[in-house]
Structure formats: structure tokens, C-alpha cells
Design a protein around this ligand. Structure first.
Ligand SMILES: Cc1cc2nc3c(=O)[nH]c(=O)nc-3n(C[C@H](O)[C@H](O)[C@H](O)COP(=O)(O)OP(=O)(O)OC[C@H]3O[C@@H](n4cnc5c(N)ncnc54)[C@H](O)[C@@H]3O)c2cc1C
Length: 386
């Protein structure tokens, strides 16, 4: 068992860290103020990151991606947690691995442009009536001569306004869900109202409305009926990286601020860091961040070995998102009034952190999955010797 980082891994982490510090963090305040990212700035960070080979690191090299292993991807994703959602999307790309199901003509039409960053591809599963119960969708795709006709409404779709296309789940039979590649601009497809969120300023979230949208046969991603399984397996890796690793990164970022402030800020003639109640908050944060990080890396290692990591990914989703929320809450507490004041980014981190426990499967749903797996498989999920 080797917990050390190789020289290549250190170099990779250093490059991503430096890029985030120098190119992305300086843009955060303006994005927060405007709830938008300036298009020129977005283009500039994309071009710079691409020239450094940092775009779509998770995707295979044969399609133009970075070809990183799951473990190496998570090391980078942890760094991504040091900046804001929209900047990660623009600079590094949230390219969904479900696109790897593209075959034939689909590869040049949807996969390669997403990996290169020429086109942004969102994913749309959630509906007003089907969130946690993702199998209960009402959107339908009916097979007709010359393709499919799509009808239905999705909501809460991240980055919908900037996306050029979407992976959409739709019912293709009474008990059959399939995935489709749907381009913006098709007749009958509208990006609906913007749904304003508590945090994640700069990233748009919208309804998508499909009203008799005609799709070519090539729009079907994977086999008919394989959509739900494919969507869930895609979300597995998404949960590990976008939630697990980024939560660890964001919590580390907050902890760094806490320790610096506790060493500098004086009350009662002493630095805050000398008060044991403050020390407890710092110590608990250190312990919890490290436990979550090790879980992220263990689950990533399982993916690299081709092992079934679903139970572990659920554990990571719960642990990392809840650790982040506790650490940010302590961060606000250690900063006192400054933690609540908009002159510091902590109140933003506090709002941004809350969604980690909700999207891509709530904590409750993942606890259900963990308990069911433990009850079914016995010690396999919690005993290394099994
Ligand atoms: C900012 C943001 C971005 C998002 N981005 C996307 C996106 O890009 N694409 C996409 O498809 N979706 C996206 N979503 C949707 C997100 O994944 C869902 O909001 C999430 O899965 C929860 O579904 P819901 O909101 O319908 O809550 P519900 O399913 O209605 O759940 C409400 C509450 O009930 C609890 N609950 C539900 N069922 C059970 C149960 N069986 N046992 C115990 N408790 C239960 C839940 O845990 C929760 O606490 C996004 C959401 C947000 C807020």
C-alpha cells in the first residue's frame, strides 16, 4: 500500500494549483457580484488552460483528453475545489464520461467537440416530479419513422444557458429509460426559465422544455433501455469528482483560512488559536478532511482496478459533502462577524457548500444505498479482508 505521490503527480497538482491561484481566483469576486461570468474572461481562461493541457483531464487521450487515471483525476479535482463552480466549468470542463458511449458518427458530432471544449454538453435527468426518484420521469421519446419525438420538461439543469447540447433521459417504453443527445436550437426545444439558487453564482440553472422535438436516429446514446443504468454509472464518477474531491478541496481551502486567521486575530490579548474551543474546531476539521480525502482516493483506486465502487462512492458522497458543510460552518464561526460579512468569501462558501448534500443524490438517498448494500453484501463494504 503506497500513499506517496509520484513526481508526476506533484507536478500535475502544482500546475493546477498555480493556474487556479493566478488565473481563476482573481475573477471570483466579480462573478459573485454579477452572478455571471464575462464571456471574454471565460474564453481567456479556457484558452489558457487548454494551452497548458489542463482541459478535460478525465477523458481518454484518443479523443483529445488528458487520459488521467481516476486517482490522478481526483488529485486535480481536489484542487478544483479551491475555486468556484463556473470557473472550473470554463477552465477545465465538466465533460461527462457518459459521452464515451458515443459510437460512429456520434464521436465527431458530440464526443470530440465536448472533449476539445468547442461545445459544452450538459446533462438533464431531473424533472419537477422526479428528483431522487429518477426512474419516475415523464419525459418520453417515441420512435417514429426517421427517428424519435421527444416530449417533456426537465429542471434545475446546470449550465443550461451556455450548453450547446444535453444528454437527456427519456422514457422509451413503460419500463424503459434511454439517453439521447439533444442539440440546442432544434425546433420545439426551449431553454426555459432561469431558476435562481442560494449559491453557485455565475452558473445558470434552467428548465428545459421539449415540445415534439424531432431527433435523428443517431441521437440515441447507447442501447434503448440502457439509459437509467448508464446515467447512474455516469453519476458515480461525477459524484466522486464533482462532489467528493471538490468538497475536500473546498474544505481544505476554508481550513487554511481558519488557521491563518486563528494565528493572526487577537482577542483577550492572545491569538484565537490559543483558545482550546477554537483549537477543537481546527482539529476536528483536520481529522475530517483527511478521512474524506482517503475515502475519495480509495474509491478512485477501486475504479482504476475495475472494481465495483458504487457503495464506496455513496459513502464518499455523504462523508465529503457533510464534512465540507461542518468545516465551512466552523470557518464562519472562527471568523466571527467577518465570517458572516460579505467582505469575506466565507459566507459565499457557506451558501455554495449547502448544495453538496443535495445534488447528485441527497445524503438520505445515499444512506439508503449504503445500508441496503451493507445488509445485502455483509462485511464486504466495511471489512478490508472480505
Ligand atoms: C444547484 C442544482 C444543480 C443541479 N444540477 C442538475 C443537473 O445539471 N442535471 C440534473 O439532471 N439535475 C440537477 N439537479 C437536480 C438534483 O440532482 C436534485 O435536486 C436532487 O437529486 C434531489 O431531487 P429533488 O430536488 O427533486 O428532491 P426530492 O427528491 O423531492 O427530495 C426532497 C427530500 O426528500 C428526501 N427523500 C426523497 N426520497 C427519500 C427516501 N426514499 N428516503 C428518505 N428521504 C428521501 C430527500 O433526501 C430530500 O431531503 C440540480 C439541483 C440543484 C439544486
Amino acid at each position: 500500500m503506497d500513499f506517496g505521490l509520484t513526481d508526476e503527480q506533484r507536478l500535475l497538482i502544482d500546475s493546477v494549483r498555480r493556474f487556479i491561484k493566478e488565473e481563476l481566483q482573481p475573477l471570483e469576486d466579480e462573478i459573485e457580484r454579477n452572478d455571471d461570468i464575462d464571456s471574454k474572461a471565460a474564453r481567456a481562461v479556457y484558452e489558457k488552460s487548454k494551452s497548458l493541457g489542463l482541459y478535460a483531464l478525465n477523458m481518454p487521450e484518443e479523443f483529445g483528453g488528458g487520459g488521467l487515471s481516476a486517482v490522478d483525476s481526483m488529485l486535480c479535482e481536489e484542487q478544483f475545489g479551491h475555486t468556484t463552480d463556473i470557473l472550473v466549468r470554463r477552465a477545465f470542463g465538466d465533460v461527462y464520461e457518459a459521452l464515451l458511449a458515443c459510437r460512429g458518427e456520434q464521436v465527431d458530432r458530440w464526443l470530440r467537440p465536448a472533449v476539445s471544449g468547442e461545445r459544452i454538453c450538459g446533462f438533464a435527468i431531473t424533472e419537477p416530479g422526479a428528483g431522487s426518484d429518477a426512474q419516475n420521469i415523464k419525459t418520453t421519446a417515441s420512435q417514429v419513422e426517421g427517428g424519435w419525438v421527444l416530449n417533456g420538461t426537465k429542471h434545475f439543469i446546470s449550465d443550461a444557458e451556455a450548453s450547446d447540447c444535453f444528454i437527456v433521459s427519456a422514457r422509451t417504453g413503460p419500463s424503459e429509460i434511454s439517453l439521447f443527445l439533444v442539440d440546442k436550437g432544434l425546433p420545439g426545444f426551449t431553454v426555459g426559465r432561469r431558476q435562481r439558487m442560494m449559491g453557485l453564482r455565475g452558473t445558470t440553472h434552467n428548465e428545459l422544455v421539449f415540445d415534439n422535438v424531432k431527433l435523428e436516429p443517431v441521437a440515441l446514446l447507447g442501447e434503448t433501455g440502457a439509459g437509467f443504468k448508464a446515467a447512474m454509472s455516469m453519476l458515480g464518477r461525477v459524484r466522486l469528482s464533482l462532489i467528493g474531491a471538490r468538497a475536500v478541496g473546498r474544505a481544505s481551502h476554508v481550513l487554511e483560512m481558519m488557521t491563518e486567521y486563528a494565528a493572526m486575530r487577537q482577542q483577550f490579548g492572545k491569538p484565537l488559536g490559543e483558545f482550546q474551543l477554537i483549537q477543537e474546531m481546527i482539529a476536528d476539521s483536520v481529522i475530517e478532511i483527511n478521512s474524506a480525502r482517503l475515502m475519495v482516493l480509495r474509491a478512485a483506486w477501486m475504479l482504476d482496478q475495475g472494481l465495483d465502487a458504487r457503495g464506496w462512492i455513496s459513502m464518499v458522497k455523504v462523508q465529503a459533502s457533510e464534512v465540507l458543510n461542518r468545516v465551512v460552518d466552523r470557518g464562519v464561526q472562527v471568523f466571527g462577524g467577518m465570517g458572516y460579512c460579505q467582505e469575506m468569501p466565507l459566507e459565499r462558501y457557506f451558501r455554495d457548500a449547502r448544495i453538496f448534500r443535495i445534488f447528485d443524490g441527497t445524503s438520505e438517498i445515499h444512506r439508503v444505498v449504503i445500508a441496503r448494500t451493507a445488509l445485502k453484501q455483509g462485511p464486504a463494504l466495511f471489512d478490508l479482508h472480505r
